[in-house]
Write a protein that binds this ligand. Structure first.
Ligand code: AMP
Ligand code: MG
Length: 333
């Protein structure tokens, strides 16, 4: 059985016992809940991959407390990274540096770099400070399922597979951290998140972006698998396609399908009495609510029809990246 405990001196002691004896503990951060293990302990790190069913070529992020000296773990920290760290850390920004090879090579799946994050969540800081160890942690969900933003979500995925979930309440950020490659002359975003490309450019002048194009909706039939996905069929429409989305809803309802629309407040105004879940109004609302809404609908919905909000840029890049991976390919899953 998996226990859920509020964060206090007793539960932290328990967490320490588990982590230092090679186990894993789920803990809250401002983005999503993480599944943490001692980054120095190869078998503990390997067990994270096993528990989640995570592909073993997808590296983990190491989490440290705000006073941890990261130069013990990585080297060649460029000036722009120092500037960004001063401005955004602790916070939802993961920075990738050259690794000193001190943590287990299983963390970075054998690569010579290491991704480091200093979360701002008070509970995460308490946990990391109490342990005073680098903690390797991906999101605390079964691989490819929707990321967890509450202790209850973690429990739903991992009950019986882990000993302890530290409960720090709902995550207020909602989508995973921005991952920033700091091994080149300019920073390059590897995964979009709550620290946007615009925010980084404003701070250090330049910022590249790898892979994801702003606002792109991934519907490529070649897409191998979905990610962040609810356990029901889903399809994603552009904002301009509201009429098509509504026509599909009506046709499916006619057939008796349990169908639900996922959209923002603005779109919800066009839906009449159709069943919908709203992500809220602002990009921040949408990031904070996305995963809990995806989980909310999966149990009593056969078809989820997502409609992209009519907003682009900033943190909407991260929101749309997650939404399109979750719902963008109706042929899979
Ligand atoms: P998750 O743990 O599911 O939040 O995913 C962690 C993200 O960080 C994934 O997109 C990884 O590919 C990325 N990541 C972790 N370590 C590295 C690294 N050393 N270099 C590049 N990306 C990394
Ligand atoms: Mg994840």
């Amino acid at each position: 059985m998996t226990r859920i405990l509020k964060i206090d001196s007793e539960s932290l002691k328990e967490a320490q016992k588990i982590i230092t004896s090679g186990g894993v503990v789920a803990f809250p951060t401002e983005t999503v809940y993480g599944l943490g293990a001692n980054a120095f302990d190869t078998s503990a790190v390997n067990s994270i991959f096993e528990i989640k069913g995570r592909p073993n070529d997808n590296p983990l992020i190491v989490h440290v407390h705000r006073d941890y000296d990261i130069s013990e773990l990585v080297y060649d920290i460029p000036d722009y990274a120092v500037t960004l760290a001063k401005k955004f850390l602790p916070g939802p920004l993961t920075m990738v540096y050259k690794s000193r090879g001190k943590v287990s090579s299983a963390v970075s799946c054998g690569m010579d770099t290491l991704a480091i994050r200093i979360p701002s969540h008070e509970g995460a800081q308490k946990f990391l400070k109490y342990l005073d160890l680098p903690i390797a942690a991906p999101s605390a969900n079964i691989s490819k399922h929707v990321s967890p933003t509450s202790a209850r979500h973690v429990y739903a995925d991992l009950n019986g597979k882990i000993d302890l979930i530290l409960d720090g309440g709902p995550c207020y950020g909602g989508i995973e951290s921005t991952v920033l490659d700091c091994t080149s002359d300019i920073p390059v975003i590897l995964r979009s998140g709550l620290i946007s490309q615009e925010m980084i450019k404003e701070t250090v002048g330049e910022c590249g972006e790898y892979v994801f194009k702003e606002g792109g909706i991934a519907r490529s039939p070649g897409m191998k698998y979905r990610h962040y996905s609810p356990r029901c069929k889903s399809v994603l429409y552009e904002y301009a396609e509201i009429e098509k989305a509504v026509a599909l809803y009506d046709a499916e309802r006619e057939k008796g399908t349990k169908v639900c629309i996922l959209c923002d407040d603005k779109t919800a105004e066009f839906l009449g009495s159709r069943r919908f879940l709203s992500l809220g109004k602002t990009p921040e609302d949408m990031a904070a609510n996305l995963y809990s809404k995806l989980r909310e609908c999966e149990n009593d919905t056969e078809l989820l029809i997502a409609i992209a909000p009519d907003m682009r840029g900033g943190i909407m890049v991260g929101v749309m990246n997650r939404l399109s991976k979750a719902c963008g390919n109706s042929n899979e899953n």
